[in-house]
Each structure stands twice: as structure tokens, then as C-alpha cells.
Design a protein around this ligand. Sequence first.
Ligand code: MTE
Length: 454
Amino acid sequence: MDNPNKKAGAVQHAPENFVDHALAVAIEKDGLSAERRGFLRRSFLAAGAALAGGSALAQTSVKATFEGDPNILTLPEHALTLGKPVAAYPYGVPSKYEVNLQRRESPGLTRVSAASVAFTPLQSLFGIITPSGLHFERHHQGWVDIDPATHRFMINGMVKNPKVYTMDDLMRMPSVSRMHFIECGANTAMEWGNVAVPTVQYSHGMLSCSEFTGVPLSVLLEDCGYDKKNAKVILAEGGDGSSMTRTISLDRALDDVIVAWGMNGEMLRPENGYPLRLVVPGVQGVSWVKWLRRIEVGDQPYASKDEAIHYADAMPDGTLRQYTSIQECKSVITTPSAGQRLLDKGYYNITGLAWSGRGKIKRVDVSVDGGRNWRTARLESPVLTKCLTRFNIDWVWDGSPVVIQSRAIDETGYVQPKINELRAVRGTKSIYHNNAIQSWKIDVSGEVSNVQVY
Ligand code: MTE
């Protein structure tokens, strides 16, 4: 498939009613709690114990001394009493001290919150897996909680044997479990307009990563005897009120697409498509049809409303580019990031996420001088195809103003572009597929903010 960030042909359909246009409006600054703002200082102290002796760390000016905390000599109350019983919560919940860790909706983003987005708090997560309760949500017509006992999934169209499956039918078929990212095509949409979104949660938080379990779609298509000679595409249809329908090429459908019921070791959450959703690795989130009820096999793209008038790229010459589904290679520094504050000069672990819809991440470079010099970051394992990859790099802040950035390169050799490189091809009317390098500015007070560097 072509790289959608290169100039490409025109498409026929004019936009009438972009639901996701709403994503282009400015959003309100959401109050990060004082606790989360202090996060950088606290995490530094924890890391200090583990890394003492490291060369960058040795240059720290922060003093975590024994003398500084004489209370350590007194046993705390919780070390002297009986703790809570097992199964106090039959389904475990996070500590009450983590109550501010939430996916957040941006007030006023859309007219009704049933057709809105709740963003994943990337700034506070570790590793690559998104806890299921913090997985971002994007619904066009609200979410539904469907009884799996009554749910049915149909395959029809260009197949010898059209079939209707129950959940029991599906769950006894051969299944696979794979870790993949899902990113909405409109993630980072507001950055097209040089609008400074206040935190990475809102700029990049339509991004999550989970282990998904289900039956490969190829197994089901074989089971129904798809037309091997003439079939070219499938159409996936959701069971909610939005009549979500998306065309996917047959090649992709037979490659790594999964009809999934599992997410992070348990059934999907209702917001994320319970009991059945399509997992389309590397492809924009809209094709990951939730509450999946039907797949039709066909011989040409369906140009449904969700691909003719929505989710098409507005090009500078006034045309709309359709079917640009791949999420290109991208990365972002999640800590330090806008809305956080460095409390002192000294050592920091710069950390972030990188991903590519075309395969594995090969390298991530980090700049702490606005893109003049780059150092290669450490990629943490596992580095998987079409999956988030965590990167880390040591840094000592000398207290002067800096701009920090990350730049990812995937296994195809594609290099994440600068925003002006992307604008040169895509213009400024785009909503979708902004994979530009993100810049965070740190000022002398340690405040981190969102800036654009050309
Ligand atoms: N499927 C249905 N049936 N209805 C929807 O509104 N939203 C799509 C997609 N699948 C949607 C859907 C969009 S735009 C995205 S980005 C992803 O689901 C979001 O998935 P999530 O809510 O699990 O994060």
C-alpha cells in the first residue's frame, strides 16, 4: 500500500458532515492534579535508588539523604496492624492514591458525549500495555453492553456458505493472542492547526495497546468458503446505533486481522466492543469495528458513509484522499511532557512510546536541543510488529530552557517527519493522520509546554 503522506490521487466525494471536525476545535486545559505534577520529582527519587552509580545520575543535584527523613526509623501504623482480608474487592481496583489517573473527555469537543472521545493518560503509564480501564474510547453513537448469549455474527456476500455464528461457536475455534496498538486516525488532529493542546493525554491519547485474543478472520472466511477468484474486499459492520461500516482489502483480512473477544486476558470491555470486535493491526482505529455483527465479502470498496465522507484526508488542492488507513510511524515523549513540571536540575529518564502500522520500530532518536542534535534511545523489549514500543534515554537537565523531541524510524526505513515536512504535502486542512514529530518546551521554571518547531 502507498505511503499516505506522499501526494496521491483525488477522490470523488466532497465532505458533508465531518463528525470528527469537532476534533479540530481547541480544547480546555484539564487540571492535572498537584500529585501528578509532582510525579517527576517522585519518580526521580525512586529511580535514583535503582540506578545509583550511573554516570548521568551521578550529576544530579537532588539530595535524597537518610538525614533528610528521620521518620524512617519509626515503623508506620500499617506495619503494626492486620491488613485487609483477601478478596475485599472481588475485582481489584487501583489504590485510592491513584484516583486522578483517569481517561478524560474534553468538554465541548462534541455536542453530545455519546459521540465523543475519552483520552488515555499516556503521561502516567509505564511499559506498553494500556490497562483496560484506561483504554481510550471513541464512539460515534454511544456504547452498548450486549448480552453475549444473544449476540450473533454473520458472514455473507461472496461466500459459498453464508453463516451465522454464536459466541460459543466462535470461542471453540482456533484462537490467537497478539499485542497491538490501536490509534484513532484523528489522534493528534489538533496539532495540524498549530494549536497548543495542554497535555500528551489530549494530543496523543487516542492511542492504546493491548493483547487481543480471538479467531483469525482468515479461518472464518475459509469456513464460509469465500470466493477466491473474484473477492477483493470485506465490509465490517458494527451492532451499535452508528451503523459503522468499513471496507478492508481481502489481502489484509487474510493476513493478520482478528475477530476478537479478549483484551488483556479477559473479555473485551463494553466500551471497547464487548463481546466482539475487529482487530485490524496497523490500521486506523475506525476500521476496528466494535460490537461486530456482520462481515460481507465483496469485489469492490463499499464507499460507506464512514469512508466516503468521514475519515478521508483533505488535501491542499481541495480533493479528498480516501482509504488511507495505515497509521504511519510515529513517536512521542510521554515524560517529561506538557502539563508536567521538572522540580530541579539534574538527572531525568526521558521516556516515551513509538509505533508503526507497517511493522516493528527500528530506532528512536531523541533531541534535547530542538532537533539540532539527536541521540539514539534504548528500546525496551518486547519490540513487536504493529505494537507500541517503549523507549528510554538518560538526560541531565542543566536548568536552561530546552525543547525535547523524539523521532522514530520503522523497519521499512520510514522516518517520522517534522510538522512542516508533513504540511508541505498535506496542507493545513487535514484532520487525520498527523504523525509529525512532537516538541515539548521546558522553561527555566521546569514547566513543560506544547510548542511547534519547524
Ligand atoms: N465501531 C462501532 N461499531 N462504532 C463506533 O463508533 N468507533 C471507531 C472504532 N470502531 C466505532 C467503532 C473509532 S472512530 C475508533 S478510533 C475505534 O473504534 C475506537 O476504539 P475504542 O473505543 O475501543 O478505543
